[in-house]
Design a protein around this ligand. Structure first.
Ligand SMILES: [Zn+2]
Ligand SMILES: [Zn+2]
Length: 555
């Protein structure tokens, strides 16, 4: 296929990486046995690579090697590039002050800023850019610093040069690819989030007709594809590359079955989108559940309580029946409440910003909930969401303390309606249990006269079909409600959400220093339960702030 051969054509700036690894290996050996190993710092270039300013000064000021600061080494690399790659700002400043050209290029046309971008060396980039380095310098492939940073997933570096030095994040390389194409191809989901957050063009096609989504699909980058699909429109899903393939076809062709399934689902126009365009929220299965419950209660009244073919109901059974009916109506009120209540939507930022302005300064630098985690950026709502929240693609909002989107209530379950949801589940369990108990009592105490060939089941099905149908429907409901209530109760006792349980290995804030699972929000079963029952949610900041700070410092 055309696309597969193109993948090999993409070349990454790897020169710096190879030399870097070589240099580091030598340094490692020197550290292990300094007496036997040769000294790695032999000239201006190695002194710059190792950040040895004293020796560098010696070479330049006493050894007469000042010219080397302006000339490349045997491989065509400049001393300033070595200092930039390994993030030695003081060395870089010394080289610039002693005649090194801040915009000097190697054989591939790369400058020291390109090399700083490989490692995400922000401090040295400040020195370079503060001394006249061109932020838009392009190498032979047309790669600028923004492209290199995207290729290496250096999100903080990218944000820094965009916000502080107005680097053009939408700039194209010689093949018509932007930094978003590269981040998508390389699978850096956080970089993709940042670029989308800044309104980087998502539908741009490169010389091969590929959008960022095409490249992410070819590589099978599931998380990147999900972010792109949520933030985009259906247009990217239907765009074809120059070979005539859509992202869905490319994913399937490359054997990424799960991804192609997700993409083809996203491509489908749902019933609601077709017939109720403009609805902010999908209807979901709530009407089906409501219909099911109504059928259950009609059957209960008609075929269990007031059934003419049963013997007269006893006073106790009658009392329990009315208790079940009352609970049923109370549960309906709760059902309405839980499906209509705001689950904790976070207000989207609708202000359009000028892309040339320092971006998101107010948000990112002053946000009290920002913990240095790029995955907190929501490219759709254009906000930095608090920890534990997540963007729900069905509701198209970020939800605080996101638990899950429940299609049966056609709403998200989050910070503001989790208590209602749990009470609704408990009421569901109690109602269906009472219904089942009364039904069982009625069927069990019914005097039966079986003919010799007839079984008890056959007798019940033919004589009380409504009652049997009710029992089946009710037990089905009871089982579902019990499982959900059990799961929710366990999670409440541990103060963890369904979403966190499902992604426990992916979320950095749920991992301890040893890399194992650790829930910073768990304050003990008793405290978790009382907090939930009294407030309906837990106060996260108070519970987890110190541990979250530690996590950030480790990053
Ligand atoms: Zn969002
Ligand atoms: Zn939702």
């Amino acid at each position: 296929m055309a696309a597969s051969s193109r993948v090999a054509e993409i070349e990454v700036v790897a020169d710096g990486g190879a030399r870097r690894d070589e240099a580091e290996e030598q340094r490692g050996k020197a550290g292990a046995g300094a007496a036997e190993q040769p000294d790695p710092v032999v000239d201006v270039y190695s002194a710059a690579a190792y950040g040895d300013l004293e020796r560098l000064r010696g070479f330049v000021e006493e050894g007469g090697a000042a010219a080397a600061l302006r000339e490349p080494d045997g491989n065509g690399y400049h001393a300033l590039q070595w200092a930039a790659l390994n993030n030695y700002p003081h060395v870089a400043l010394y080289i610039i002050e002693h005649g090194g050209d801040v915009n000097a290029r190697d054989n591939a046309g790369q400058t020291a800023l390109h090399w700083a971008a490989v490692r995400g060396a922000i401090a040295v980039a400040d020195v370079l850019l503060g001394n006249g380095a061109r932020v838009e310098a392009a190498d032979m492939n047309g790669y600028r610093a923004v492209h290199v940073a995207a290729q290496y997933g250096q999100t903080s570096f990218l944000y820094h040069i965009i916000s502080k030095y107005s680097a053009d994040f939408d700039a194209l390389d010689n093949d018509g690819r932007s930094s978003l194409h590269w981040a998508a191809y390389k699978g850096s989901a956080d970089t993709v989030r940042l670029l989308l957050f800044m309104d980087c063009n998502q539908v741009r096609q490169d010389k091969n007709g590929c959008t960022p989504l095409h490249w992410a699909s070819i590589r099978g980058n599931l998380e990147v594809c999900t972010v792109l699909v949520h933030a985009g429109t259906k247009e990217e899903l239907t765009l074809k590359d120059s070979g005539g393939f859509t992202p869905v076809q490319l994913a399937a062709d490359k054997g990424h079955r799960h991804l192609s399934y997700i993409l083809s689902n996203a491509t489908k126009v749902s019933f609601e989108e077709k017939y109720c365009p403009g609805r902010s929220k999908k209807i979901g299965y709530a009407p089906i559940l409501f219909g099911y419950l109504v059928i259950c209660v009609v059957l209960f009244l008609n075929s269990i309580v007031f059934a003419p073919n049963f013997s007269r109901i006893t006073a106790t059974a009658g009392l329990w029946s009315w208790a079940a009916i009352t609970l049923f109506f109370a549960a309906q009120v709760m059902f309405y409440r839980v499906s209509r209540k705001n689950p904790g939507y976070i207000k989207a930022n609708t202000k359009r910003h000028d892309p040339k302005e320092p971006l998101m300064e107010i948000d990112i630098n002053n946000c009290s909930t920002w913990t240095g985690n790029w995955s907190q950026l929501c490219p759709t709502c254009k906000i930095i969401r608090p920890m534990r929240s997540k963007h729900c693609p069905t509701c198209n909002h970020c939800v605080e303390q996101f638990d899950h989107h429940c299609p049966w209530i056609s709403n998200c379950v989050g910070k503001r309606n989790k208590w209602d949801f749990f009470v609704f589940l408990c009421m569901g369990v109690a109602t269906s249990f009472l219904g089942a108990a009364v039904g069982f009592h009625r069927l069990w105490t019914e005097p039966i006269i079986l003919s010799s060939s007839e079984s008890w089941t056959h007798f019940m099905v033919t004589k009380h079909p409504g009652a049997v149908l009710f029992m089946i429907m009710d037990v089905f409901l009871l089982t579902g409600a019990l499982i959900l209530t059990g799961a929710q109760a366990t999670q409440i006792a541990q103060n963890i959400t369904t979403n966190e349980v499902a992604n426990r290995s992916r979320y950095s804030y749920l991992l301890g220093p040893d890399g194992r699972f650790r829930n910073p929000y768990n304050r003990g079963c008793l405290r978790n339960c009382t907090d939930f029952l009294v407030n309906g949610y837990s106060n996260d900041e108070e519970a987890a702030w110190p541990t979250l700070q530690q996590t950030v410092q480790q990053c």
